[in-house]
Ligand binder design. Structure first.
Ligand code: ZN
Length: 340
């Protein structure tokens, strides 16, 4: 089969579109013919070099496609069914997994990180990861959903425990987590403020339901949030940008507010003023992916059309270099897709 592999870490030139052996199917697995696979910033980090990644490696965490073959032990799925794959991998038998906290499993990882992912024509996956999708979703739409909608749902619902009437600041309307976060916060009855670097992206953010928008190149985020909230600040801040926005995110919180972060795209260092943290009684929460239960929960709303996948554009798998460059330029609004 054709796949994109990296044999060494580096720039987009290390992505090789080549022939590789098709995965052999175990009796407890499902073989999926990949139709679409979304890019994430993780793909860029892995390409540049992350500890634990064994070479050669196939990237790809967000997969949709058709079932090509089912292993002998699987009785409730058939070849030809349209499916997506859970973007997480876990042991499925430890205490954390069996209680439904797969993202605390000692073997927890992201699909396509420590194992091979979906930048290929075929991928083999355990039954638990295979989720049938409705005909109303295209393959590109289905692949754009799992990782970012699960991440944003766990941040807002699982970690920050969002409530109707709260004001939520969602950074980066054009990012995958941002475009999912805006919609989920609105669905929970929150007032949503979002940020972006140009007017087109701000308008698309409003189309997704944001009530207020801030141009982070022209305006100071915390000052605008104070104006919008009558000097009070936001109840919840959804962070994933990292070093470039950390101080502004912290300053945007109301007393008693919650900052929840799932990433550090612009750098991992952020300062904490302990006096500010205790005197304003702030909560800083970390969030990583989510559980299988949360994935099924958020997918219900995607499948019913209440939450909408946001696809920026798609590239043929052989043009993977151009796709990585497109994501690296932050030119996208929503998810960038590869089609094998
Ligand atoms: Zn486990």
């Amino acid at each position: 089969m054709k796949a994109v592999r990296i044999h060494e870490f580096g720039g987009p030139e290390v992505l090789k579109f080549e022939d590789v052996p098709q995965p052999t199917l175990r009796k407890d697995q499902v073989l999926v013919r990949v139709k679409a696979c979304a890019l994430n910033h993780l793909d860029l980090w892995i390409r540049k070099g992350l500890p634990g990644v064994k070479l050669p490696h196939i990237n790809g965490s967000d997969v949709s496609g058709d079932i090509a073959e089912v292993g002998e032990y699987i009785t409730d799925l058939k070849p030809g069914q349209r499916v997506l794959l859970a973007p997480l991998t876990f042991c499925n038998h430890c205490a954390e997994c069996t209680v439904g906290r797969q993202n605390f499993c000692p073997l927890f990882s992201v699909l396509g990180y420590l194992n091979d992912g979906g930048n290929a024509e075929f991928i083999a996956a355990p039954r638990v990861s295979v989720i049938p999708i409705p005909d109303s979703l295209t393959y590109d739409e289905a692949a754009s959903v799992p990782l970012v909608f699960l991440t944003a749902w766990h941040m807002l619902v699982g970690r920050a425990q969002i409530k109707p009437g709260q004001t939520v600041l969602v950074l980066g309307a054009g990012s995958g987590v941002g475009s999912a976060g805006i919609q989920i916060a609105k669905m929970w009855g929150a007032r949503v403020i979002t940020t972006a670097g140009d007017e087109t992206k701000l308008e698309k953010g409003r189309d997704l339901g944001a009530d207020y928008t801030i141009n982070h190149y022209k305006q100071k985020i915390s000052e605008e949030v104070r104006k919008i909230t009558a000097k009070r600040g936001a109840d919840v801040v959804i962070e994933h940008v990292g070093a470039a926005t950390w101080d502004e995110s912290v300053k945007s919180l109301r007393p008693g507010g919650t900052l929840v972060t799932c990433g550090a795209t612009t750098g991992p260092e952020g300062k904490i003023d302990i006096r500010f943290l205790f005197s304003r009684q702030l909560s800083y929460l970390g969030s990583y992916m989510g559980s299988m239960g949360e994935l099924h929960e958020v997918l219900k709303f995607v499948f019913s059309g209440q939450l909408k996948p946001v696809v920026d554009r798609s590239f043929p798998l052989r043009e993977v270099k151009a796709a990585h460059e497109h994501l690296e330029r932050s030119a996208q609004f929503g998810k960038v897709i590869l089609n094998p």
